[in-house]
Structures are given as structure tokens and as C-alpha cells.
Write a protein that binds this ligand. Structure first.
Ligand code: SF4
Ligand code: SF4
Length: 447
């Protein structure tokens, strides 16, 4: 790091409280077995962009080295995909170390004013406000409805817009009405009521994935679940945690715990791998909060990804055939963070007529990684190109996923490098085969 601009000196009494814990840093034995599991290392071949290299830099900072642009660059380029955690024989908890390193960067004010203001606007305002999200969603909808998005995508396909073109490819399709109107409602089970669950609808998903949320509830109803979409719920804080804004995430976590505390739900359901991983880690996030630590552990113990829950109960077999070849892209935070790998595959395999074709490197990051593809678009697009080569090799007509962010990235991948594949969440595929059997009365709120 010699010669780099010093952004922040490690100093004062905060020194021991911030950054990864020494115990976690010491766990790395520098064996390098994680290197080939790391997407940025595979792309760049640079030690400083490998898990081992990043941990080495964290150790340097923990020993008093200053935070420099060099450090920001290499910690920033990490996807937080946690592929290295799965590969590591030494049990290194890389995800939590990365979050702590990023928290230290944020707390020491190591970013410029403009970057800090933009982050405050997005994480502090947009993600936490229905009004702001609805405004942003409406603006995107008008952009799409006016034909501007299609026009700009056509121009982008000629490689005339550079990074802006890539960002336009990533823009979600907005299909009103937004899901906010469903929050506070209860949806009855179809047939015998066997389960009572709460559904967390996300934050951006209320605007960009309203139809996915509806499909999730319908599939749960078809499987004997009464689904409550509790009033008072909000953003889970996953994007905040990944960005190092753990205090902001703690506020959001307490809010969700309070909103769901009275429900006595059998499970708290998420349909987003990234959100679910953070919800399951509320116990760690609030471990030092004497009032909430116990409640957070109890809350986290009930969180289930929708695929995990459905695969654990007796699945309603009344499905229509779907004669299609489907391949499945793991969500990093579902596979590496929550260790849920077989459940989505089991659900897909239970659909009559469906052929599940495994994807080469299915648990390697597609480049989505929260807002990574917006902030590090170049690297995200490099990873997406490789991912789409693997998708095209399967011959599948549907790419299934279990995380809305991955779906946006894969949809862009299909437009840029694919051959017309449909990108669907696992529950959207289930919804389709259930709907074909009977129109059903699902998604009608009971109260
Ligand atoms: S993170 Fe794990 S796999 Fe990677 S170098 Fe350290 S001990 Fe080895
Ligand atoms: S989280 Fe992903 S990108 Fe970051 S070091 Fe680990 S494997 Fe590499």
C-alpha cells in the first residue's frame, strides 16, 4: 500500500471495536484453496482480488495500516458472494469479515462527500420509503411505457452507449400495481389449512417484482398455507449490511422483529436468497443488543426461503405437465449463505415433464450481487458473459433462479448473449403448473 493516498488512519479508542475480529482473521491459514472459487480472482488472476489477498489486506489494516484507495478498490470489487466460504477448509467466515471491513470503511468516513451523499440517499431514503420507491418505480414505468427503454436498449445493443447501455439492460420491467397494497392482508389456504406463515415482501421487490410476490403467495396457498403479509414490515437491511451500514441494518431488523412479534408464525418466508440470508443472521446482527438479542435469534430461527419451506412439506402434486428443459442458477446467498441447494432442485424435479439440466458452475456468482452490477458494471458484465456461455450450453429454454437480483442480471444476460431463454423464479414455474390445473381462488385476501 506504500505510496497510496491515506484516506483514514486507524486511530483512537475505536481501533479495537471496528473491523473483522482477530479470531476470524486468524482462522485463515493462507492455503489458497479458495482462490479458484473466487469469481474476481478467476477473472483477474490477481492475489489482491482473491479471498486470501483480501484477508491479508484486512489483517494489515487491523494492525494499524491506513485505509487507502487501494484497500477500497480491492474490498469494493469483492462481490460478497461467499463462494470462498464454501471452498474454505478452515471455516473462515469470510462474509461476516467482509461486512465488518466495510463497516470500518464507512465508520471512518473513508469515502468522498459525493459518494457518501449518494449512499445516504439510496440506503437511507429510497430503500426505506414506500413513497420514494413508488416514485422511482413510476419513473421507470413511464420510461418503459414511453418506448424510451426499448429504443435505448436497441441503441445499447449496437455497443454505442458503453456502461450506460449495460445499465439500461439491467433496468427492471415495472408492471404496476405495486405490491405495497397487499401488505397487511391475510391470504387463506386452499383446502385444508396446514400451516400459517408470514411473508416478507422485500423493499424494491414491491415495485419491481410485484407479480413474483403474488405468485409466491399463490403457491403457498396451493400448499395449504395461510399466508399473512404483516403490516409494519419493511426492508430487511441486506443491502445495508453488504455495504457496511450495519447500524442502519440494525434499525431495520428491530423494526421487522417488532412487526412480526405477535404473529406466532410457523415460518417467516422470503423469496429472495439475499434477503433470507440477512434475515437468518439477525441474531448475529443484534447479538450485542440486550433488548433484542433473544428476540432476534428466535426470529432468525423461523426464517425459511420459500423453496426450503415448500421442499420440507408435503407438496401439492396437482400440477400440469411442463415439457421443458430447465436449468437452475444458484443464488449465492441461498447456496453459500443459507446452504440451501437441494430444495429448489427438488421442487423443479417434482414437476411432471420438466427436465432439469445442471448448469456448469451453477453456484458461481452471475455478477448481480445486490447493487454490485450497478456499481461495478464492468466486472459484473464479464461474469455475466461467462455465465451465459454455460447457460447456452445446457440447451435449456428456462433459466430458474431463487433471487430477484439474479433474475434481473440473467434477463440482461439473455438479451445480450442468450438465445431467447425465459428467466423465472422457481415459484413462478410452480405457479404456472398449478394455474394450469385450475384457475383457483388463490391470492384473494381473507381479511
Ligand atoms: S480463506 Fe480459507 S481457503 Fe482461503 S486461504 Fe484462507 S484458509 Fe485457505
Ligand atoms: S466473497 Fe466472492 S468475490 Fe469476494 S473474495 Fe469471496 S469468492 Fe471472491
Amino acid at each position: 500500500m506504500a505510496g497510496s493516498t491515506v484516506l483514514s488512519e486507524k486511530c483512537g479508542s475505536e481501533g479495537n471495536a471496528l473491523g473483522p475480529r482477530q479470531f476470524d482473521l486468524d482462522r485463515c491459514i493462507h492455503c489458497g484453496l479458495c482462490l479458484n472459487a473466487c469469481p474476481t480472482y478467476r477473472e483477474l488472476g490477481l492475489e489482491m482480488d482473491s479471498p486470501r489477498g483480501r484477508i491479508y489486506q484486512m489483517v494489515q489494516v487491523s494492525q494499524g495500516a491506513p485505509i487507502t484507495p487501494f484497500y477500497l478498490e480491492h474490498i469494493g470489487l469483492c462481490l460478497g458472494c461467499r463462494g470462498c466460504e464454501t471452498a474454505c477448509p478452515s471455516g473462515v467466515q469470510y462474509g461476516s469479515m467482509l461486512e465488518a471491513a466495510r463497516e470500518e470503511i464507512e465508520t471512518r468516513g473513508s469515502r468522498g462527500r459525493v459518494a457518501t451523499w449518494l449512499r445516504h440517499l439510496f440506503f437511507g431514503r429510497v430503500l426505506q420509503s414506500r413513497v420514494h420507491m413508488s416514485l422511482a418505480g413510476t419513473a421507470l414505468y413511464l420510461f418503459e411505457a414511453s418506448g424510451m427503454k426499448a429504443l435505448m436498449r436497441a441503441v445499447a445493443s449496437l455497443k454505442l452507449l458503453g456502461v450506460l447501455g449495460d445499465l439500461i439492460q439491467l433496468a427492471p420491467s415495472i408492471d404496476p400495481p405495486f405490491y405495497f397494497s397487499q401488505i397487511g392482508k391475510t391470504f387463506p389456504a386452499e383446502g385444508e389449512k396446514k400451516h400459517r406463515v408470514a411473508f416478507l415482501a422485500g423493499c424494491l421487490a414491491n415495485v419491481a417484482f410485484a407479480r413474483l410476490n403474488e405468485a409466491t403467495v399463490r403457491v403457498m396457498q396451493k400448499n395449504g398455507c395461510e399466508v399473512v403479509v404483516p403490516v409494519g414490515q419493511g426492508c430487511c437491511g441486506a443491502l445495508h449490511v453488504h455495504a457496511g451500514l450495519r447500524n442502519e441494518a440494525r434499525v431495520l431488523a428491530r423494526h421487522n422483529i417488532d412487526a412480526l412479534s405477535a404473529g406466532n408464525y410457523e415460518a417467516i418466508i422470503s423469496n429472495a436468497g439475499g434477503c433470507g440470508a440477512t434475515l437468518k443472521e439477525y441474531g448475529d446482527l443484534l447479538a450485542d443488543d440486550p433488548e433484542y438479542a433473544g428476540k432476534a435469534r428466535e426470529f432468525a430461527g423461523r426464517v425459511r426461503d420459500v423453496t426450503e419451506f415448500l421442499a420440507s412439506i408435503e407438496l401439492n402434486p396437482a400440477m400440469k405437465r411442463l415439457d421443458a428443459v430447465v436449468t437452475y442458477q444458484d443464488s449465492c446467498h441461498l447456496a453459500h449463505g443459507q446452504h440451501v441447494r437441494s430444495a429448489p432442485r427438488k421442487l423443479l424435479s417434482s414437476i411432471p415433464g420438466l427436465t432439469l439440466k445442471e448448469l456448469r458452475g451453477a453456484d458461481q456468482c452471475c455478477g448481480s450481487a445486490g447493487i454490485y452490477n450497478v456499481v461495478h458494471t464492468g466486472m459484473a458484465m464479464q461474469l455475466l458473459r461467462s455465465k451465459m456461455e454455460a447457460v447456452n450450453a445446457t440447451g435449456a429454454s428456462i433459466v430458474a433462479s431463487s433471487n430477484p437480483g439474479c433474475m434481473l442480471q440473467l434477463q440482461a444476460g439473455v438479451r445480450m448473449h442468450g438465445s431467447g431463454q425465459k428467466v423465472m423464479h422457481v415459484v413462478e414455474i410452480l405457479d404456472q403448473v398449478y394455474k394450469k390445473v385450475a384457475g383457483g381462488r388463490s391470492n384473494k385476501a381473507g381479511s
